[in-house]
Write a protein that binds this ligand. Structure first.
Ligand code: MG
Length: 338
C-alpha cells in the first residue's frame, strides 16, 4: 500500500473552552492509503493531554508506513505490528480508519455493513463548553431544538459548577450529562454529585484526575453513574475502570481506531459497564468512523464536526439528533470540493 499523510487544521465556529484549555482550531492528521487504484482516507485527532501533536502523529505515520504491508484486509496483523510501537494513538486511529475506508471501497459496501452493525446509533449530545452559568444557559437554549441531549463541560474551579447545571436546567428539559475533565477532588465530587442528581443529571464523566485513589470510594457513593474518559484509553484499561466507574468513554483517537474501540465496547459490556462513545474537535472524516461504532454504545457524543465553521469532509448526515453514516462505500465521506 502507498501511504501519504499530512496535517490539516479544522476551524471551530466558536472558541471551545474546557477545564484545561481553550481553542479556536484544532490540528489533525489525515492519511490516504492507495491499493489497486483505490484510495482510503482516515483522520486522527491527537490529544495534547497525552503528549501527542499533529506533528508527532505525522512523523509516526511517515516512519512506520512500512508496517502496513500489502494486504488492507489483514487488520489483526497490521494492528499487532503497529501496537509494538507505543503511543501515537491518533496516528494509529487515522491508519485504522483509512484501512476500513479502503476495504469498504474495494468491496463496494459502507463500513458499518462491513462490521455487521446497524446504521443508526443513539442520538449525539451537543457539547456546551465551559463558561459562566448564564452564558452556558444561553448557549444550551440555542442548541436545545436541534439536539436530544446536552453535555455540559464543568471544572470551572470557581465553586460555580452546580450553578452552571442549575442555570442550564432552568432553560431546558433535555437529558443532561456533565464532563468535569479531571477537575474535582473527591470532596468536591461528593459534595456536587448529589446536587447534580437532584437536577436530573444522567451521569458524570471523569470527575477525578486519572489514577486518583478516590475512584473506588466515589463509585460506591455517587448517586449517579460515573464514566471515565481520561482513565480509559485501550482494551487493557477497561477491567481496571470497572473498579472505579460505572461506565467507560471510548474515543477512536485514544483507542487507536475502530477495531480496538469495538473490543473495548464488548469488554465493557462483559464487566457490566455502560459504554459511551466520545470524540474530539475533528472533521466528518473522523466522525464517520465514530458513527460506525456508535450502535454498540449506550451514549454518544459525536458532535466534533458539528462544532466546526464548515466540515471539510461532509457525508455524515445529522438526522433527528443522530449522526448517521452515509450509505456510500467505505466511510462515505469525501473532501469538500472534490
Ligand atoms: Mg471527556
Amino acid at each position: 500500500m502507498e501511504v501519504e499523510a499530512w496535517v490539516a487544521s479544522v476551524t471551530l465556529a466558536e472558541t471551545f473552552v474546557i477545564a484545561r484549555e481553550a481553542a479556536d482550531s484544532a490540528d489533525v492528521v489525515q492519511v490516504a492509503l492507495r491499493h489497486d487504484g483505490v484510495t482510503g482516507h482516515g483522520e486522527g485527532a491527537p490529544i495534547e493531554r497525552y503528549r501527542e501533536s499533529a506533528e508527532s502523529a505525522l512523523t509516526f505515520v511517515e516512519e512506520h508506513a512500512g508496517l502496513l504491508g500489502d494486504d488492507p484486509f489483514a487488520l489483526e496483523e497490521i494492528g499487532a505490528r503497529l501496537s509494538e510501537v507505543p503511543g501515537e494513538q491518533a496516528a494509529k486511529a487515522a491508519l485504522d480508519a483509512a484501512l476500513h475506508d479502503l476495504q469498504g471501497k474495494l468491496l463496494g459496501v459502507p463500513v458499518y455493513r462491513l462490521l455487521g452493525l446497524p446504521r443508526v446509533g443513539p442520538p449525539t449530545s451537543w457539547t456546551v463548553w465551559l463558561g459562566d452559568p448564564d452564558d452556558m444557559a444561553r448557549r444550551a437554549e440555542q442548541a436545545a431544538s436541534r439536539f436530544r441531549r446536552l453535555k455540559l463541560k464543568l471544572g470551572g474551579g470557581d465553586g460555580l459548577d452546580v450553578e452552571r447545571v442549575r442555570a442550564v436546567r432552568g432553560v431546558t428539559h433535555l437529558s443532561l450529562q456533565v464532563d468535569v475533565n479531571e477537575w474535582w477532588s473527591l470532596e468536591e465530587a461528593l459534595d456536587a454529585l448529589p446536587q447534580l442528581a437532584e437536577l436530573g443529571v444522567e451521569y458524570c464523566e471523569q470527575p477525578l484526575p486519572a489514577g486518583d485513589e478516590g475512584g473506588r470510594v466515589l463509585k460506591e457513593r455517587s448517586p449517579i453513574p460515573i464514566y471515565v474518559d481520561e482513565d480509559c484509553h485501550v482494551l487493557a484499561d477497561v477491567a481496571a475502570c470497572a473498579e472505579i466507574a460505572h461506565g467507560i468513554t471510548i474515543k477512536l483517537s485514544k483507542s487507536g481506531g475502530i477495531r480496538e474501540a469495538i473490543r473495548m465496547a464488548h469488554a465493557g459490556r462483559a464487566l457490566g459497564l455502560g459504554v459511551m462513545l466520545g470524540c474530539m474537535v475533528e472533521s466528518g472524516l473522523s466522525v464517520a468512523a465514530g458513527c460506525c461504532v456508535a450502535p454498540l454504545c449506550d451514549h454518544v457524543d459525536l458532535d466534533g464536526n458539528l462544532l466546526l465553521r464548515d466540515d471539510p469532509w461532509p457525508g455524515v448526515v445529522f438526522v433527528d439528533g443522530v449522526q448517521v453514516p452515509s450509505e456510500e462505500p467505505g466511510l462515505g465521506v469525501s473532501a469538500a470540493g472534490t
